[in-house]
Design a protein around this ligand. Structure first.
Ligand code: OFO
Length: 169
């Protein structure tokens, strides 16, 4: 069993992960529109990762005899001035998600839900990786400035990213 408060907090996080998925899907469309297929590929994989994060919480809630309520998701942004502006938005968003995961752990601690605290450790570690990945790409984009040739090299590099289904929990 899971407490009502914990159940509601999990449902909110499922919604927030699905928002992340939609935000990155919107970024796929942006990168496709500007002809950066490698960046678009990186974002497509990010969409799959966010779906996996949401489903990890979804399945966990069911396993704990909770009740999943699928909530409406806000419309994400869809326009950015440059690849750097887009990745800065990703970085900012992932920092927000880190704070949301921390708040979810706070609820688990208040509820003395040891099982949820243990399960959520995976998400805490994942956020470190999520922030590091986009911060690294932001740094590269800042470094190259207006160099289009270097941008295409980064595009090629990001085009090689493949999806590896995460083992959550
Ligand atoms: Fe689910 O980690 Fe990004 O948002």
């Amino acid at each position: 069993m899971i407490s009502e408060k914990m159940n509601a907090a999990f449902n909110k996080q499922i919604k927030d992960e699905m928002y992340s998925s939609n935000l990155y899907l919107s970024m796929v469309a942006y990168f496709e529109e500007v002809g950066l297929k490698g960046f678009a590929n990186w974002m497509r994989i990010q969409v799959q990762e966010e779906n996996a994060h949401a489903m990890g919480l979804f399945d966990y809630l069911i396993e704990r005899d909770g009740r999943v309520i699928v909530e409406a998701i806000d419309k994400p942004e869809f326009e950015w001035d440059s690849p750097l502006a887009c990745f800065e938005a990703v970085y900012k968003h992932e920092q927000l998600v880190t704070s949301l995961i921390n708040s979810l752990v706070d609820v688990a601690e208040q509820e003395k839900d040891r099982a949820a605290i243990s399960f959520l450790q995976w998400y805490i570690k994942e956020q470190v990786e999520e922030e590091a990945n986009c911060s690294e790409i932001c740094a590269k984009l800042k470094l190259i400035g207006d160099d289009k040739h270097a941008l295409l090299l980064i595009d090629q590099e990001l085009g090689a990213r493949t999806f590896v289904a995460p083992v959550i929990g």
